[in-house]
Each structure stands twice: as structure tokens, then as C-alpha cells.
Design a protein around this ligand. Structure first.
Ligand code: NAD
Ligand code: UDP
Length: 319
């Protein structure tokens, strides 16, 4: 297949590019580097099946030649207001990537009669009142809070994707991605796992926002990519949750990272700047992915962290 992947220079986009190339596909990567990095794709410079186009997907997208699939992953993704790449600091770009970027990506998919995939998110469930979250849950989302620029853009993107499927017959699919971590996350990304790894490797205390009792369910990147590839090659159109269903409190995550890295600086409790918008609980119901894609995550948190650690050591110049 010849595949257009937006957001290719980002964390997930660069891993997905590697896996798609390994499977024998041609990939056209597109990115404007607003939160991604060219280093994530540097190893592909000599690959004849990889092309790169620097472009902002909020503007009309043109790619010469036929495309068999369009995967729309371009969007800032970190909710951390302390991070330069966090979407609270890029609110308009985030809304444009989710709204205009999705429209342009669907447009080029339609013109090529290509399979289209939207990278959606567990954030469309908001601060969920149903637990765990299954695809049939409609969510509990603040339409005007700090997170709304991301959450509502992704909800709009899902609605637009279904409209192109129903009205134009485009062969679409929607992956609702839950918290994923791994190598190539931006060192200043500000999400929990990269923040904790950076702090622990520097021998600093790990910053816990609020009381740390809020929960998340963390998936290692290779597991997620396997689910994405299975969804891409299926004929499913309804949204599918892909994530790890092991639910852990942020406190437990921080303590286990300190233990693994033998960091004795402990924890530092800070005011949660994300306030009430910070979801209290999050855990995917993955029965749909298990049933229709035969997919389940395999990698344990400790093993995934060990693999991620090497990347962060290199970034920080630690041997
Ligand atoms: P990332 O910031 O590492 O990657 C996003 C990429 O998109 C970056 O390379 C960035 O430069 C690019 N980009 C952003 N706006 C663009 C624009 N207008 N034009 C061109 N390129 C643009 O983040 P990530 O974690 O890899 O997330 C990738 C996708 O997956 C996003 O759509 C995100 O919403 C979704 N997602 C990720 C997670 C996760 O846990 N990592 C969870 C849910 C959803
Ligand atoms: N968090 C934290 N300390 C940090 C970074 C994050 O306590 O240094 C908390 C954050 O408030 C949230 C959870 O960890 O409750 C997960 O945050 P992350 O940014 O990883 O992703 P989210 O699931 O909120 O999108």
C-alpha cells in the first residue's frame, strides 16, 4: 500500500511509519514539526519507500500519485500546561489540526478512494461517569475548559469522519487511543510517564499533581501499533478503543518508576493546574478490539518502562 501519514515526526507517527515500512508499504510522512522532531525520522533518510513532506495539515493537502490509505495523526497531544508542546499552550493550532486537518485529510482520502484512519482519543469520554469506558459511552466533556480545545476538536473530528463515511461512502475507521508511552516521546512532553522518567533519571522528586489518586491505564507503544495495524486492515468503521486495561493510580506509577530507577528523591505533591478538568479515572473496555481484531496488549509496564528508559537516558546524555 502507499500510505499518507500525518503527524509522522511525532511519537506515535514515527513508530507507525517504521512498522508500516517494515511491512513492505510505501509511506509519505507529513508534519510541520510543531511538537514533533526530524530526529524521529532521521534513520529513514535513505529508505526509498519513505518520502517526507513538511506541511501544516490545516491547509489544503496535496500529495502527487495514488494513495491507498490516509492516517491522520497530526495534533498536539500533551495536556500539560507547563509543557511548551502541551496543547493548553497551542490551543488554536490544536483545534485547527483536529478540525481543518481532519477535513483536509478526509478530502484527500476521498479523492483517492483510500482507507482513512482517524487517531482519536480516550479524551472524547472526558471525565467519565461510566467505568471502564466502552465505545458506546457518549462521554462527559466540558465544552469550554482548557482541555476542550483537544477534546472537542477530536469529537468534531469523529463526527466529520462518520459524516464522510455515511454521506460520501469513504472507507473510514476511528481508533480511540488511551494513554500510550514509549521511546521518542518529547523530553519536555510533560505527560506523566516522560515527566517521571526525566525527573527520576535526574535524581529529582517526581511531581504529583493533586493527591495522585487519579487513575490511568498505560499502554506500551508497540502494543498500540499492533492494534492500529489490525484495525487498518479490517473493514470496521465504528470506533475501537485501543489501550491497556490495567488501571493504576498516578501515585503507584510514580512509586514504581522511582523503585525501578532507584531514585531516592521521592515525590513532590503540587497543585493540580489542570484543576477539575483532569479526569479522575480512566480505563478502556477493550472487548471490542479483542473480539473483532483478536488484539490484546502483551507488554508489562515494567518491561515497557525499561525499553523507554534507554531513549530518555540518551536524550539526557546519561550512560
Ligand atoms: P506528538 O506530539 O508526538 O505527535 C504529533 C505530531 O503531529 C507531531 O510531530 C506534530 O509536529 C504534528 N502536527 C501537529 N499539528 C500539525 C499540523 N497542523 N500539521 C502537520 N503536523 C502537525 O503526539 P503523539 O502522542 O504521537 O500523538 C499522535 C496522535 O495520537 C495525536 O493525534 C494524538 O491526539 C493521538 N493520541 C495520542 C495518545 C498518546 O497517549 N500518545 C493518546 C490519545 C491520542
Ligand atoms: N501527572 C502528574 N505529574 C506529572 C504529569 C502528570 O501527577 O508530572 C498526572 C496528571 O495530572 C494526570 C495523569 O498524571 O492526572 C496523567 O497525565 P498525562 O499528562 O500523562 O495524560 P492525560 O491522561 O491527563 O491526558
Amino acid at each position: 500500500m502507499r500510505i499518507l501519514l500525518t503527524g509522522a515526526a511525532g511519537f506515535l507517527g514515527s513508530h507507525l511509519t517504521d512498522h508500516l515500512l517494515d511491512a513492505g508499504n510505501e509511506v509519505v510522512g507529513m508534519d510541520n514539526f510543531i511538537t514533533g522532531k526530524s530526529e524521529n525520522l532521521a534513520h529513514l533518510a535513505d529508505n526509498p519507500r519513505f518520502k517526507f513532506i513538511q506541511h501544516d495539515v490545516s491547509n489544503y493537502i496535496f500529495v502527487p500519485g495514488n494513495l491507498d490509505a490516509v492516517l491522520h495523526f497530526a495534533s498536539p497531544a500533551s495536556p500539560n500546561p507547563n509543557s511548551p508542546v502541551g496543547y493548553p499552550n497551542l490551543p488554536i493550532q490544536t483545534m485547527k489540526a483536529g478540525a481543518l486537518g481532519t477535513h483536509n485529510s478526509l478530502g484527500i482520502a476521498k479523492a483517492n478512494n483510500a482507507r482513512f484512519m482517524l487517531a482519536s482519543t480516550s479524551e472524547i469520554y472526558g471525565d467519565p461517569l461510566e467505568h471502564p469506558q466502552s465505545e458506546t459511552y457518549w462521554g462527559h466533556v466540558d465544552p469550554i475548559g482548557e482541555r476542550s480545545v483537544y477534546d472537542e476538536a477530536k469529537r468534531f473530528a469523529e463526527a466529520l469522519t462518520m459524516a464522510y463515511h455515511r454521506f460520501h461512502g469513504v472507507n473510514t475507521c476511528i481508533v480511540r487511543i488511551f494513554n500510550t508511552y514509549g521511546p521518542r516521546m518529547h523530553i519536555d512532553d510533560g505527560r506523566a510517564v516522560p515527566n517521571f522518567l526525566k525527573q527520576a533519571l535526574r535524581g529529582d522528586a517526581l511531581t504529583i499533581y493533586g493527591d495522585g489518586k487519579q487513575t490511568r491505564s498505560f499502554c506500551y507503544v508497540d502494543d498500540l501499533i499492533e492494534g492500529i495495524l489490525r484495525l487498518l486492515s479490517s473493514d470496521v468503521h465504528d470506533p475501537v478503543n485501543i489501550g491497556n486495561s490495567t488501571e493504576t493510580s498516578i501515585l503507584e506509577i510514580a512509586e514504581s518508576i522511582n523503585k525501578l530507577i532507584k531514585n531516592s528523591a521521592g515525590l513532590e505533591f503540587k497543585e493540580n493546574l489542570r484543576g477539575e478538568g483532569d479526569p479522575q479515572r480512566r480505563q478502556p473496555d477493550i472487548s471490542r478490539a479483542q473480539e473483532i481484531l483478536g488484539w490484546s496488549p502483551k507488554i508489562l509496564f515494567e518491561d515497557g518502562i525499561a525499553l523507554t528508559l534507554e531513549h530518555f537516558k540518551k536524550q539526557l546524555g546519561i550512560k
